[in-house]
Design a protein around this ligand. Structure first.
Ligand code: SF4
Length: 677
């Protein structure tokens, strides 16, 4: 029997590893590695290797469903589309288009995100966003402001030529293991590796220097490093003079951030702050890698800007081995944002309140008017649903009832909507609250492009058909549009990509024909352009061609420990699970290795509470409680506890405080207490 090898992109993290799905008689029978892939070079981590396990899981949604009482009944596509058209129409007639909100998905392709935001805006609502709001919204705001481009500045393989790698707020050894291989490679070639994290992890085990800071004190640490670099004359004065503005204000703002003072805030010894600053500034090519340990704070945008500042004052940008590298969690966070599935931006990062951007898209889409933003962000939509300002939501591939902070409030807000439509592959916690559930396709059951964390756009081909009556997400969005009287054009990915080529300048030259194995890195302004692996080698795309150094001052996290809640809860990921866990908890080989929600506690905190390893405990915050199994470990400092967010429960606890600009919740710092059950 002939076996066909279909090239696809891993459905999990932003590394965007490629592999082949082996198909026989229309069924996925295995996987083959892709040795020529520029990032993975044929490697995959445990999640990538298990990617086929959830494909035919018994929980897959196979028909449209409508709510009846406490349960659901199967319905036809015709009935489902009719319900949605009537429900959305009722809300729009009564409250206007602004009563409807759309949530797109960084699990879905560029074409699906593009089409969903187009549907939302053609319907007249500015409220469209994606789950990047929960992970890298501060990177979009902070990097756009400081460097003029919201993307990783250098390609992943470039990490291999770095001489000093500063990793802050990222457990990449577990969460982006294939990227960790490039760090290992550089380390073996003599690079210094510095890791700053509140928790000891497999990433910190690689470090020459581990800075175990208190959760929420990143700005202080980065200011302390900037202080040392400036005080010791380790800045790159020529680079600052030629390429930046704002240096003097930064110098002033970090004047009082001596290592001794910063040590009191962060808990990092002063000598280690000095060593880190010297190593980063003095190496010929230093890079900074960060992830949600930086962004998921009420100071997330400040954290990102403080990272840009370090790179700018030392000139570690625009060359191989340098750069600022936000490591995206989901495989298409970058693409969903590029495609304008964001409250503040139309596709290609034209501001949604800019009349010229609105005019350009009105003309491209052949309509007289489009809504002016900014619309509500994902976090604001939930608040607006709770207050009654949003009355209908359409959610594609996301599970806010599990993934948003204070999840019991999210449940209530979604339950109270007049209409909730959820398009997904499983009956998630959010889908259980829906009025209509639409069965979508997983990555291997459809085609389209994904943009990984280094801005590499790759084409993923269809290997097998979706189960039952499930359809590709593109087909569903187009059908919903038709039911509302909106023609979104041909629902095939190549046609939508052709439209993207015309409307998104960074993707103008990234045509379907050019997306062979390995893809192309944006910006790629014309069909002959080779792509741009390294940004900022010829200046910055800001008004005067200069980057902005933006002084930031340390602000404590919204919650600190007190008498009632004496511990600090921080959250994160483990190697075998991904985000809200809807896919990995349905992959038997992964679930077996990490089946339960746990909480890591320092033995010095556990002992007075009479908690032993393996004990069931109740973790409580001012918002609610969650049961977990205790793990006693000195991987967390005294006073700090850690829980993964892959299981229902963790986000009943997390803080609703948000960054004032990026509106990302402060998942990384909540005051809590623990009692033995
Ligand atoms: Fe998939 Fe990320 Fe693992 Fe690569 S590193 S195989 S993209 S989960």
């Amino acid at each position: 029997m002939t076996k066909v090898l279909v090239p696809t992109v891993c459905p999990y993290c932003g590394a965007g590893c490629g592999f082949f799905v082996s198909v026989e008689r229309g069924k996925a029978v295995g996987m083959e590695y892709m040795p020529g892939h520029p990032v993975s070079e044929g490697a995959l981590c445990s999640k990538g290797n298990a990617a086929l396990e959830f494909l035919r899981h018994q929980d897959r949604l196979t028909t449209p469903l409508r709510r009846r009482g406490e349960g659901f009944v199967r319905i036809s596509w015709e009935e489902a589309l009719g319900l949605i058209a009537r429900g959305l129409g009722d809300v729009i007639r009564r409250d206007g288009p602004g009563g409807v909100a759309f949530l797109a998905s960084s699990k879905c392709t560029n074409e699906e995100n593009y089409l969903l935001q187009k549907l939302a805006r053609l319907l007249g609502t500015p409220h469209v966003d994606n789950c990047a709001r929960l992970c890298h919204a501060p990177s979009v705001v902070g990097l756009n402001r400081t460097l003029g481009a919201a993307g990783m500045t250098n390609p992943i393989p470039d990490i291999g030529s770095s001489k000093c790698i500063f990793i802050i707020g990222s457990n990449l050894a577990e969460n982006h293991p294939v990227i960790a291989r490039w760090v290992h490679r550089a380390h073996e070639d003599g690079a210094v590796v510095i890791v700053a994290d509140p928790r000891e992890t497999p990433t910190t085990w690689m470090a020459d220097l581990f800075l175990q800071l208190t959760p929420g004190t990143d700005v202080a640490l980065l200011s302390g490093m900037a202080h040392v670099i400036i005080a010791e004359g380790l800045i790159d004065g020529d680079y600052i003079a030629r390429n930046t503005r704002g240096f003097e204000a930064l110098r002033e703002s970090v004047r009082s951030s001596s290592p001794e003072r910063i040590s009191e805030i962060t808990g990092v010894p002063p000598d280690d702050i000095v060593r880190a600053a010297r190593a980063y500034a003095s190496s010929p090519a230093s890079s900074i890698l960060y992830s949600m340990g930086i962004t998921q704070h009420s100071t997330g945008t400040d954290n990102v800007q403080a990272i840009s500042n370090l790179a700018l004052i030392t000139g570690h940008l625009g060359r191989p081995g340098t750069g600022v590298m936000p490591l995206r969690g989901q495989n298409n966070v970058q693409g969903a944002c590029d495609m304008g599935a964001l409250a503040e931006f139309y596709p290609g990062y034209g501001r949604s309140d800019d009349p010229e951007t609105i005019r350009r898209f009105s003309s491209a889409w052949g309509v007289p008017a489009l809504p002016k933003g900014p619309g509500l962000t994902a976090t604001e939509m939930i608040c607006a649903a709770a207050s009654g300002d949003i009355r209908a939501m359409y959610i594609l591939g996301e599970d806010p009832a599990n993934s948003d902070p204070c999840s019991q409030k999210v449940h209530q807000a979604l339950e109270d909507l007049d209409l909730l439509v959820v398009q997904d592959i499983f009956m998630t916690a959010t889908a259980r609250l829906a009025d209509v559930v639409l069965p979508g396709a997983v990555w291997a059951e459809k085609e389209g492009s994904f943009t990984n964390t280094e801005r590499r756009v790759q084409w993923s081909s269809k290997a097998v058909d979706p189960p039952g009556e499930a359809l590709s997400d593109l087909e569903i969005i187009a059908a919903v549009g038709r039911s509302l009287g909106i023609d979104l054009g041909s629902p095939d990915a190549a046609s939508v990509l052709a439209e993207i080529n015309r409307t998104v300048p960074q993707y103008a030259g990234i045509t379907r024909e050019r997306l062979g194995e390995g893809g192309l890195i944006w910006p790629c302004p014309d069909p002959h352009h080779p792509g741009t692996p390294i940004l900022h080698s010829a200046g910055f795309k800001l008004a005067d061609g200069r980057a902005s150094i933006v002084p930031v001052r340390y602000r404590p996290a919204a919650e600190g420990p007190g008498r009632e809640y004496p511990l600090l809860l921080t959250t994160g990921r483990v190697a075998v699970h991904h985000n809200a866990g809807s896919m990995t908890r349905r992959s038997p080989s992964l679930l077996r290795r990490e089946p339960d929600l746990f909480v890591e506690i320092n033995p010095a905190d556990a002992f007075p509470l009479r908690i032993a390893g393996g004990d069931p405990v109740l973790v409580e915050t001012p918002r609610g409680g969650a049961e977990a199994l205790a793990r006693l470990t000195d991987r967390v400092k005294r006073g700090v506890v850690f829980m993964p967010f892959h299981f229902p429960g963790t986000n009943r606890l997390t803080s609703e405080a948000t960054d004032p600009e990026a509106r990302i919740p402060e998942f990384k710092v909540s005051a809590c207490r623990i009692v033995r059950r």
